[in-house]
Design a protein around this ligand. Structure first.
Ligand code: UGA
Length: 451
């Protein structure tokens, strides 16, 4: 009998949330990560990442002895029956996927399996482009374990569809579970672990499972971009795009999800995954026109906010601009590919002074910015960070909302009156009914708002 039911490699969003979901279902889970600090934090009953509901869940599971962490991948693998590989797959500058963490995890798993007699199932949960499991991961495990896939160990590819900010809920109640399997034995074994998840399960081969993940993210990013394009047209015509999308999304073939127009998608997934699929398509001699257009439109969408601000307050030179929201979306401190970065860069280029605020993401944003604006010649006094929303708004000429945290949804004239003149550019349709604020004297423009 193995000491633990499940081992997880990688204590990022996917690894920790997946591990917690299995532990909550009653399995004993050991998570392995090379970063000592993450391991210590988890073992002390706290979540090493910010995610709503995760701290409480981790505390409960660690106290119950269902969830723990180690620095030793080999030990975690040796002491369990099944290993989920959940390490990051960042982008290379050319858009291809950087596989260094995956290959190193596969090597560690292979080495651990060389010492093991019992059959072991390896599940790839990291997002990898089609054929990676077959052509890269399996050969590495085979080389280091001295065993053949399908004989000494099984392999599945099990893509993850959770959203940051909703990760706990998504992992406990996914819409579906996709199991890509090397063979029937691998698929059957993984299916058993998901027995208590009462959701549709789709079994397929390894490369199809890998492609489902990319195809799903591409569709969602395209849906958002479609809504953004409609928004830009609606603004020109004096039509509220949110009203339009209510009508469009109520068609069951379309559905209302991911039709919220705004200043573009960010995050660690959509931009990177679309780039990676584009790279794969091009490397096979196919020009992905749709992917190219989605990426191009998304790259330009933030600029609509700058244009609106310029026209509202008659230029931005030496104007004080409050930017609310630095993370790539609400309820996360994650700033990867946040639209706040090109937005603030664009504002500085227009000569504005930026006062930035975010409920959770300021520290990560500061790290992301580093000295890039200073190197571009902007003095530190052109980008200031505020401790709270009121300080950001005080004396500002205009406020731009980049992500719609609840804290911003509740803003009213009391706060906007702190500005020189209340003026808001809304990048996310933060207020359910902006007309009420407009009637109280707020100058308001927003993506897809009837002008
Ligand atoms: C996305 C997918 O939604 C998940 O299913 C997937 O598992 C994940 O990528 C991944 O591949 O790991 P995530 O990046 O966490 O999840 O966040 P989303 O909620 O999808 O938002 C992505 C971006 O799209 C954000 O910048 C958000 O503001 C933007 N968005 C989303 C819109 O502009 N409009 C919408 O209607 C929805």
């Amino acid at each position: 009998m193995a000491k633990f039911d499940i081992s997880i490699i990688g204590l990022g969003y996917v690894g920790l949330v997946t591990g917690s979901a299995f532990a909550k279902k009653g399995y004993s889970v050991i998570c392995a990560d090379v970063i000592e600090e993450k391991v210590q934090t988890l073992n002390s009953g706290r979540s090493p990442i910010y995610e709503p509901g995760l701290d409480e869940l981790v505390k409960e599971l660690v106290e119950e002895g269902k969830l723990s962490a180690t620095n030793f991948v080999s030990k975690a693998v040796a002491d369990s029956d099944i290993t989920f590989i959940c390490v990051g797959t960042p982008s290379e500058p050319d858009g291809s996927v950087d596989l260094k963490f995956i290959t190193s995890a596969a090597e560690d798993v292979g080495k651990a399996l060389s010492e093991k007699q019992e059959y072991h199932l390896v599940v790839v949960k990291s997002t990898v482009v089609p054929l990676t499991t077959e052509e890269t991961i399996i050969p590495i495990i085979e080389k280091h374990s001295g065993k053949k896939a399908g004989e000494g160990f099984g392999i599945c590819m099990n893509p993850e569809f959770l959203r940051e900010g909703n990760a706990v809920y998504d992992s406990m109640t996914p819409d579906r579970i996709v199991i890509g399997e090397l063979d029937d034995k691998s698929g059957e074994m993984l299916l058993k672990y998901y027995e208590d998840f009462d959701v549709p399960k789709l079994r397929t081969d390894l490369r199809t499972a890998e492609m489902i993940k990319y195809a799903a993210n591409t569709f969602l990013a395209t849906k958002i971009t479609y809504a953004n394009e409609m928004a830009n047209i609606c603004t020109k015509l004096g039509i509220d795009v949110y009203e339009v999308m209510k009508g469009v999304g109520s068609d069951a073939r379309i559905n209302p999800e991911f039709l919220n127009a705004g200043c573009g998608f960010g995050g660690s997934c959509f931009p990177k995954d679309l780039q990676a699929l584009k790279f794969v398509a091009e490397s096979k001699g196919y020009e992905p026109l749709l992917l190219n257009s989605v990426l191009l439109l998304n790259d330009n969408q933030y600029f609509k906010l700058i244009e609106m601000a310029e026209s509202m307050i008659d230029g931005l030179q030496d104007k004080r601009v409050a930017v609310l929201g630095l993370s790539f979306k609400p309820n996360t401190d994650d700033v990867r590919e946040t639209r706040a970065l090109p937005l603030i860069k664009g504002l500085l280029e227009k000569g504005a002074v930026v006062v930035a605020y975010d409920p959770k993401g300021i520290e990560n944003f500061k790290e992301l910015v580093g000295d890039r604006f200073i190197k571009m010649g902007y003095s530190v006094t052109r980008l200031i960070y505020a401790d709270d929303v009121e300080s950001a708004l005080r004396n500002a000429d205009v406020c731009i909302i980049q992500s719609d945290w609840d804290e911003f949804k509740n803003l009213g004239m009391d706060q906007f009156n702190l500005m020189k003149k209340p003026a808001v550019i809304d990048g996310r349709r933060t207020f359910s009914d902006p007309t009420k604020l407009i009637e109280c004297g707020l100058k308001y423009k927003g993506i897809g708002w009837k002008d």
